[in-house]
Design a protein around this ligand. Structure first.
Ligand code: DAH
Length: 364
């Protein structure tokens, strides 16, 4: 065996045994690189006599070709094996059903809004919406709160510095009551709607945040009276708190957009130092908690919306959603609702699959 064929079989054996791309590369540099053995042999050709070159040349060229081919095919084989291994390790069966692993949770405010929509849908109420950037007329004037009315100051309104294109004062709505106006002006009576949504007031402490949530209710029909209002609220609160022993107390009150007006308290009972909704507020260990404002829609409001108050009457109510959530689910501090603290959301949040239904229990 010549020296060259010996070298050749050694190199080919090394290449065949190489297990990684790095090992192959090292062999390539050692054989075919600038100072590699095969390159070194090729360099000796120049100094040979023509006869020597004729006898050795083909063998050296054959060596270079054989080593080059062996490296290329070993490299391809290693790459193919690596791809096979990745494909085997990283496969996904696209025919399997998606894994339902909800990453976040439903905020208690969203959950309660869904519960309210469910409860009122069962009573035949549709959900209405209105803009959060309101004009002065819908938020105040049409609700019988004229410019000089002290209620305007009481609402701690966020006004925009500029009027809109039509010269109206613009503001962030201070309550959901303007949705009553917008609904009456666009929907023919009879009307039965609720309007949940964000409202804004320049006010901030443990029980007030500059943005909070309200739900408005409006019924417009013929021969509607306060008995309908009381029954509706009682039915709603029983469904919401999921107890039959809900007792309401209606206190005479004043709102510019209702006449007569009533504030609604719900009876609670002290249990282990905590207030639990339910029971008669005048009982020994009981008390009353205000939950709602309500009343019969003021004839001036009905007129402002283009309806005849001799023909159409109705009742309305308004209620803080955040407060309802706190009472039902036991949160203490309203500000935590809007901190975006994941630990709080994890504790008080609801599963995305936990859709409230009346049959399944709205608070389940
Ligand atoms: N808009 C009132 C508020 O924000 C709440 C309210 C009271 C709404 C009586 C009503 C109502 O519809 O009849 O304080």
């Amino acid at each position: 065996m010549t020296e060259i064929s010996h070298l050749k079989s050694g190199l080919l054996a090394d290449i065949a045994a190489a297990e990684t791309a790095d090992a192959i590369e090292a062999l390539r540099v050692g054989a075919l690189g600038k100072s590699g053995v095969v390159t070194g042999l090729l360099k000796t050709l120049g100094a040979m006599t023509p006869e020597e070159r004729q006898s050795k040349g083909p063998e050296i060229h054959d060596l270079r070709e054989a080593v080059t081919d062996a490296i290329a095919s070993r490299k391809a084989a290693l790459e193919g094996a690596a791809l096979e291994a990745r494909l085997a390790a990283e496969w996904i069966d696209m025919t399997l059903p998606a894994e339902a692993v909800p990453q976040g949770s439903i905020h208690p405010v969203s959950q309660v809004m869904d519960e309210l929509a469910e409860i009122f849908a069962d009573l035949g109420f549709a959900v209405a919406t209105g803009p959060e950037i309101e004009d002065d007329w819908h938020n105040f004037s049409a609700l019988n709160i004229p410019e000089t009315h002290p209620a305007r100051a009481m609402h701690d309104t966020f006004y925009f510095p500029d009027k809109d294109g039509e010269g109206r004062d613009m503001l962030l709505r201070t309550h959901t009551s303007p949705v009553q106006i917008r609904t009456m002006m666009t929907t023919p009576a009879p009307i039965r709607i609720i309007a949940p949504g964000r409202v804004y007031r320049s006010d901030s402490d443990a029980t007030h945040t500059p943005m909070f949530h309200q739900i408005e209710g409006l019924v417009i029909d013929k021969a509607i009276h306060m008995g309908h209002l009381k029954w509706t609220l009682e039915t709603f609160l029983k469904a919401f708190f999921e107890r039959d022993d809900i007792v309401l107390r209606l206190r005479p009150s004043y709102f510019p957009f209702t006449e007569p007006s009533a504030e609604v308290d719900v009876g609670f009972t002290w249990e282990k130092g905590k207030r639990v909704i339910g029971g008669h507020g005048d009982d020994d260990n009981g008390g009353w908690m205000e939950v709602l404002g309500s009343g019969m829609v003021h004839p001036k409001v009905i007129t402002a919306c283009g309806l005849d108050p001799a023909e159409w009457q109705g009742f309305a109510f308004g209620c803080g959603i955040d407060r309802l959530a706190m009472l039902k689910y036991g949160m203490e501090d309203l500000r935590a609702f809007f901190d975006g603290d994941l630990r709080w959301l994890k504790h008080y949040g609801f599963s995305a699959l936990d859709v409230p239904t009346l049959s399944g229990g709205v608070g389940a």
